[in-house]
Design a binder for this molecule. Structure first.
Ligand SMILES: O=C(O)CCC(=O)C(=O)O
Length: 408
């Protein structure tokens, strides 16, 4: 089966399933090899993700930018405080997301994901019959450019949710553009280049409901992945935690500060920064007794933009580009159609980054470039015989490519 094939959804709602569980969690949700979470003790306290205060970023001196650069490099994620987004808007947005998931299932199914689609209300997008399903219901949609909005999604939302979301999207877009400017400047990408790439860019939203689960250690709310985005801004809607990030090989729970927004670096920013920044791998666990709800917004380049190491950074630093440049979307190219799809698939860990790195690797050394017909549309096109590799999704492999070395 090709990796691009999308199967019909497995069932209608995990939220409903969780209410009716009698005989334990069905097998298709059970994930045996979940990597353990960091356990803290006296000698090793729980590390916490860095905090960036926007009041400090607003000053003109260089120190905050040096700090921002080091946070995006060492972590690739931070909590943003004093972000200036109207508190009452955030409160209203949270209430409306809760109201959405509280609607009767029949109402939510008006927005249902259909086979072959990745926008709408549903669960894990299935690429194979034996694929495990995350313990969560999700609603995903593209919100910009406007002509890419689906007429049966946002426009058909209950009016208060729709209007609140419109205001929230606008505020978040302004915030994202401000952050893009600074995050770019911190790594010597000229502001104009960031604006050219991200202004009026592809924007999308995911609302997620993680129902309580009687076997929380046996399921996963959100499979580990990095975002194929520029940046993601995450709002934790209720006070239940579950987000974890992988830092130095260890899964660390994220404790949300009140009123903070969590910002993470995605694959596109890692590529644009020529590998300086870290597209952080993350996952979500679920709670035994309480549901968890989150709202993620993804900010991407405009569809006609090139994605590669930023030209101004390469000119300023004179470092060799570590990734090849690919256009975000090209109507005539099946390769790019695949990578475009990957932008919205949370299943393919770092696929966009992998594509650009593999393209680079192929260009410099086609013999040692390894890959797999399962995870790499690029290699599928160029080397149809490439066999599936058990380790094809190891982020470490990508780091080795990025460093120009052979993967282990
Ligand atoms: O629910 C969360 O905390 C994480 C959400 C997320 O990473 C995503 O939707 O991609």
């Amino acid at each position: 089966m090709s990796s691009s094939q999308i199967l019909p959804p497995s069932h209608e709602s995990v939220q409903e399933l969780a209410k009716e569980l009698k005989l334990g969690v069905p097998q298709r949700y059970i994930q045996q090899h979940r990597e353990p979470t960091f356990v803290c003790d006296h000698s090793s306290p729980l590390p916490s993700i860095p905090v960036i205060d926007m009041n400090h970023l607003n000053h003109t001196d260089k120190d905050p930018l040096i700090h921002l650069r080091s946070v995006c490099k060492e972590w690739g994620i931070f909590q943003l405080v004093n972000h200036g987004v109207d508190k009452s808007l955030i409160k209203k947005m949270k209430e409306e997301v809760v109201n959405f998931f509280n609607m009767p299932v029949e109402e939510k199914l008006r927005y249902k994901l259909t086979a072959g689609e990745y926008q709408g209300y549903g669960q894990t997008i299935l690429h194979s019959e034996d694929q495990k399903v995350d313990w969560a219901d999700r609603f995903y949609m593209i919100t910009n450019p406007l002509h890419r909005r689906k007429s049966n999604l946002l426009p058909e939302f209950p009016p208060v949710l729709r209007d609140t979301m419109e205001s929230y999207l606008q505020e978040m877009q302004k915030l994202a553009m401000y952050l893009f400017g600074l995050i770019g400047e911190a790594v010597e990408i000229e502001k104009q280049e960031m604006m050219d790439v991200f202004d009026d860019g592809m924007q999308s939203v995911r609302m997620t409901f993680y129902p309580p689960c009687p076997q929380p250690d046996q399921v996963i709310g959100l499979t580990p992945h990095s975002d194929a985005a520029g940046i993601t801004i995450l709002l934790q809607v209720n006070d239940v935690e579950g987000l974890q990030v992988k830092k130095d090989g260890v899964w660390i729970p994220v404790s949300f500060l009140p009123d903070a927004l969590v910002v993470n670096v995605g694959d596109i920013l890692e590529i644009m920064s020529n590998g300086v920044y870290n597209s952080i791998e993350h996952r979500a666990t679920v709670n035994a007794t309480k549901e968890r709800i989150s709202l993620a917004m993804f900010f991407n380049p405009k569809l006609e933009a090139d994605v590669g190491p930023a030209k101004s950074l390469i000119a300023n630093t004179r470092d060799p580009p570590m990734y090849k440049t690919l256009v975000m979307e090209h109507k005539n190219s099946p390769l790019i159609a695949e990578s475009f799809h990957a932008l919205f698939s949370i299943l393919e860990k770092g696929l966009l980054r992998q594509l650009t790195v593999e393209a680079f690797q192929l260009a410099i050394d086609p013999v040692t470039a390894t890959g797999c017909s399962r995870c790499s549309p690029l290699l599928t096109a160029d080397r149809p015989q490439a066999p599936p590799r058990a380790d094809c999704r190891q982020p470490l492999r990508l780091r080795h490519y990025a460093a120009g070395r052979r993967p282990p």
